[in-house]
Design a protein around this ligand. Structure first.
Ligand code: SF4
Ligand code: SF4
Length: 380
């Protein structure tokens, strides 16, 4: 694995955009072949992707059509789909069968946050991972993580057996107080864990930046695509071994593989341009909260006001309407804090806010966005 760019299999080409299981197999086959021909080897799927069918699609287009030693395959244990140790064993065996392999190169506990971590402890999911590794059915054991740096630090301290972590890293979430990419990255580095990056383009949103930002990028390098800036930003961070991108067209694949074939980290000048792009994106921000956190102290409902506002801003910028990543962070945060909808309008926070934000009204908008959104499609 000498190229740090992986094929994310959560947004595969479809024949019918309204049917997540209507794979365009012909296109996917061609994309898989081209990806391998260009020297890339890493494929990332999960039990739950594409209405629980992504693993089947990977078997048909990749595993059945190529030698096992030509590619590396990663998949994930769905933390919400098991209720016992036996369930985990059954799902793991089902995954081997669905993928048509007898081992996984990378196996992850999927979407670890405060609640799923408790569940992983209750059912010893970490022990299952270790056992499967000893049995030779997993080469590398890790987790994908969507919560605070403090929890990440705790988990990596208690579970040094994890070989790697998968984190959401992109230039717009790097300093986002709701997601804290930079601090999570620092924690993973402190523990010496290799990092796999998910959502480098934030669900496609960083492929569609405001015109003013696009102009800056194009002026500096007319041939570099807008997404290339986001993927190279993620790949440029220390300790990053792999950047995943969900691709559904050959055009995207050809673009991504062109600059990741011989990856060059961002230069100082390019980082500066990204800083300007972040400012332009943030200018179009729904709630001008500065994250000073003066409002939080004393909230009788323990509502994570600035973090919710940051996630809401991310959701409002989501030009592709893909707000699932913000929603996952909201779910994890609201497991420890009051939900936006729990606000009792005491207005204690408003008197503390130097930006004079109408926090109680804004929380109603946050609640309308996040307290009602379903997280994932359920298994049919
Ligand atoms: S108005 Fe709502 S958010 Fe503000 S302090 Fe009271 S309960 Fe908390
Ligand atoms: S006091 Fe106002 S600006 Fe500061 S974090 Fe709270 S809502 Fe944001």
């Amino acid at each position: 694995m000498d190229k740090k760019f992986g094929f994310g299999c959560m947004r595969l080409p479809l024949l019918d955009p309204n049917d997540q299981t209507s794979f365009d197999t012909e296109t996917f086959n061609k994309m898989v072949d081209t990806f391998l021909e260009k020297g890339f080897t890493y494929f990332d799927t999960a039990y739950v992707y594409h209405g629980y069918r992504s693993e089947d699609a990977v078997r048909e287009s990749l595993v059945k059509r190529h030698q096992r030693n030509e590619f590396e395959l990663a998949t994930k244990l769905p933390m919400r789909d098991f209720q016992s140790a036996e369930d985990m064993e059954r799902i793991f065996n089902e995954q081997l069968e669905k993928c048509g392999v007898d081992y996984f190169d990378y196996y992850l506990l999927h979407n670890i946050g405060v609640n799923s971590y408790k569940k992983a402890c209750t059912f010893d999911s970490f022990g299952v991972g270790l056992r499967k590794k000893q049995e030779g059915k997993i080469k590398n054991f890790g987790m994908s993580f969507h919560d605070t740096p403090e929890l990440l630090d705790e988990i990596l301290s208690v579970h040094p057996e994890l070989d790697f972590v998968q984190l959401q890293i992109n230039y717009i979430d790097w300093e986002n107080p709701g997601i804290q990419s930079r601090r999570c990255h620092e924690v993973a580095r402190k523990h010496g864990k290799p990092i796999i990056v998910m959502e480098p383009c934030k669900g496609g949103n960083l492929a569609l930046v405001p015109e003013k930002a696009k102009k800056l990028m194009k002026e500096y390098n007319p041939t570099a695509s807008v997404p290339s800036w986001a993927i190279r930003f993620a790949a440029s961070q220390e300790g990053v071994m792999m950047v995943l991108s969900g691709m559904n067209t050959m055009e995207q694949l050809l673009d991504n593989t062109s600059y990741m074939a011989d990856f060059k980290p961002l230069s100082k000048k390019e980082y500066k341009i990204i800083g300007q792009v972040v400012n332009i994106i943030n200018e179009n921000t729904a709630i001008p909260c500065t994250s000073c956190r003066y409002c939080e102290k004393g909230c009788p409902q323990n509502i994570a006001i600035p973090d919710y506002f940051a996630l809401y801003n991310g959701a409002k910028r989501a030009v592709t309407n893909n707000i699932s990543s913000q929603f996952i962070y909201y779910l994890n945060l609201s497991a420890k804090h009051g939900k936006a909808g729990d606000c009792i309008s005491c207005k204690q926070c408003e008197s503390a806010c130097p930006q004079h934000l109408k926090i109680t009204e804004l929380l109603k908008d946050v609640s309308a966005t996040f307290d009602v959104t379903p997280a994932f499609p359920t298994k049919k």
